[in-house]
Design a protein around this ligand. Structure first.
Ligand code: F6R
Length: 574
């Protein structure tokens, strides 16, 4: 995800900003840039690729006391030099994190000819346009939320003005404080080499940084509380969380929002109703995403949706028609089996669509069409935020004419994330199991597959997902006193059937955990995780519960959570 660094102070602005950007490299990026004031002029240098390409411009030391820099993780437009930040329009130069949802509308209103493909350039054009009215940048920032829809953390330099300005809404930004030196940054690691004292900007707050920091909201000055970061750089990169996995679980409200915002007002969401049959192909969790959306897609479009494991698909006979679509799902975009399945479909002349996280990856380049999720860099080996963003994007394809149904998704995800204590408590019981079973039917069964994989890969407890009706055909012989059984019931049509299966394991002494949004008999569960939500995206909420159960079980057992044994983040071998 993109990173912002800015500096106002002594003559070392370029050194500080480059160093800050380096400390944000772990977030991932594909281009970088810096704008600095030299004499009375603002100069901009940008480069595609890694930071050393940008550094080439600064082999000879340049003195500057004001600069803003950015590492860009492409969202709107290719990862090239033109699209890299900073963007400059008129008297305004900016770096921006976030997504401007109404940038097309603004562009038309301003009648502005873009040089880049970015929403950020339009934001710069808008700020410049407003600035020209009375040359008062603080007034522009005060009113920005009246016209700009979306998320933004922005660093701003104005021509012939020796101050640094910034504003934020729904994208993080801090202001670092040292002796006669000030910093802005999207993340704490960017400033830690210089100071551990900082203000956190809240939504709609904006600041002028000159020889002191003035923070405002709605035109009124705000007194900010100073924060002190007491941990080391590694902890800062994890945003203070003990593991990347937990950080990534907690990031889900933001990345789901970003994924939603990226496609809300675009024509990119493919119309699936024009196909007669769809194959969804992926490995591991990506395959489970396909399973989760299969039933919804079949109901919605009244067509067969075959979900296939990529390593099988690549060797099997594929039946297809002229109106066939193959959707491949991959976080990394490099998984060997998924790539081979994609190439097979292409060679057969079948249309292909890739759902990918990593921009410019092989699968993204090879597919006829690619839709990127906006999960940002995922570092923990076990996928969490990429899974939920993939599921969201596929659900958006199903409900492309009614995206309003996702309006409350963020609140609902935050609600699940606020129940940490309950997940910790249940995990303490789960880890006593020799085997753990997950039971559910149809889409609920697909969530079981993912919950079971998540638990076994990071806690090393054996677990299996079962289509609830199948258990009594053999596996129930493994259920004994206190065997943990986690059942999922969100699908009303089969709720009673799954309830009957839960009764069967209860009779054999199972420790029953039920995740549900349905009314179920009082005495059935040892623990109920009730999700008060009947929306089409309830699966995302269920999966987050399962991620947290797996995480806290592994934590309790002292496992190497971010790098479980024998596993790799990107599986590029067959
Ligand atoms: C499980 C997990 C894996 C991946 C699988 C596919 O937590 O992360 O099962 O989902 O290896 O990887 P991608 O999505 O990169 O193709």
């Amino acid at each position: 995800m993109c990173g912002i660094v800015g500096y106002k102070g002594k003559d070392k602005a370029i050194e500080v900003v480059l160093n800050g950007l380096k400390n944000l490299e772990y977030r991932g990026y594909d281009s970088a840039g810096i704008a600095y004031v030299q004499g009375n002029k603002i100069k901009i240098k940008k480069a595609q690729g890694k930071l050393f390409n940008l550094e080439e411009n600064f082999k000879n030391k340049i003195e500057s006391n004001l600069a803003i820099g950015h590492t860009r993780w492409a969202t709107h437009g290719e990862p090239n030099q033109i699209n890299a930040h900073p963007h400059r329009v008129g008297n305004i130069t900016i770096v921006h994190n976030g997504i401007i949802e109404n940038y097309n509308e603004l562009k038309n209103k301003l009648n502005y000819q873009s040089k880049s493909d970015t929403d950020t350039e339009i934001l710069a054009a808008y700020i410049n346009d407003e600035y020209q009215k009375n040359k008062n940048i603080l007034e522009v920032l005060k009113n920005i939320n009246k016209d700009i829809i979306g998320s933004y953390a922005v660093g701003i330099i104005v021509d012939n003005d020796d101050s640094l300005y910034c504003i934020r809404k729904d994208s993080p930004l801090i202001i670092g404080l040292a002796e006669s030196e000030y910093f802005i940054a999207s993340d704490v690691p960017a400033i830690l080499d210089y100071t551990n004292e900082y203000y956190i900007l809240e939504n709609d707050e904006y600041a002028k940084i000159a020889d002191r920091v003035d923070v405002y909201k709605n035109g009124k000055e705000i007194k900010k509380k100073k924060n002190i970061f007491e941990f080391d750089m590694e902890a800062a990169k994890k945003n203070g969380y003990e593991h990347y996995m937990l950080k990534e679980i907690m990031e889900q409200p933001t990345v789901l929002y970003n994924t939603l915002a990226a496609y809300k007002n675009s024509d990119d969401l493919v119309d699936l109703s024009k196909y007669s049959e769809i194959d969804i192909v992926g490995c591991g969790s990506a395959y489970h995403v396909g399973m989760a959306v299969k039933y919804i897609m079949e109901e919605k479009f009244n067509l067969p949706v075959n979900v296939e494991i990529a390593s099988e698909y690549r060797y099997k006979k594929v039946f297809y028609t002229s109106k066939h679509l193959v959707i491949v799902i991959s976080q990394s975009g490099e998984t060997a089996d998924t790539l081979a399945a994609l190439m097979k479909a292409k060679n057969l002349g079948i249309e292909t669509l890739a759902i990918v996280n990593v921009v410019g990856s092989t699968i993204a380049r090879e597919a006829d069409k690619v839709l990127y999720i906006k999960a940002g860099v995922e570092k923990a080996v076990a996928t969490t935020k990429a899974y939920t963003c993939q599921l969201l994007l596929l659900l958006m394809l199903c409900y492309r004419n009614d995206l309003k149904i996702f309006d409350k998704l963020n609140d609902d995800v935050n609600d699940v994330l606020s129940k940490i204590d309950m997940f910790k408590k249940i995990s303490k019981k789960i880890i006593n199991g020799k085997d753990v079973f997950f039971l559910g039917r149809l889409d609920d069964y697909s969530y079981c597959l993912e919950g079971s994989l998540k638990l076994k890969e990071i806690s090393y407890i054996h677990s299996e997902a079962y289509a609830a009706g199948e258990l009594k055909h053999g596996t129930i012989s493994l259920v004994e006193e206190n065997t943990p059984v986690i059942s999922i019931i969100t699908n009303k049509i089969i709720a009673d059937k799954t309830i009957s299966n839960i009764k069967e394991v209860k009779a054999r002494g199972a420790y029953n955990v039920i995740i549900t949004n349905q009314k179920i008999p009082n005495d059935l569960a040892d623990e109920i995780i009730y999700i008060d939500n009947k929306k089409e995206y309830v699966g995302i909420l269920v999966i987050i519960c399962l991620q947290l159960l797996a995480y806290y079980s592994a934590l309790e057992l002292g496992r190497d959570i971010d790098m479980p044994r024998n596993l790799a983040k990107s599986v590029t071998v067959e």
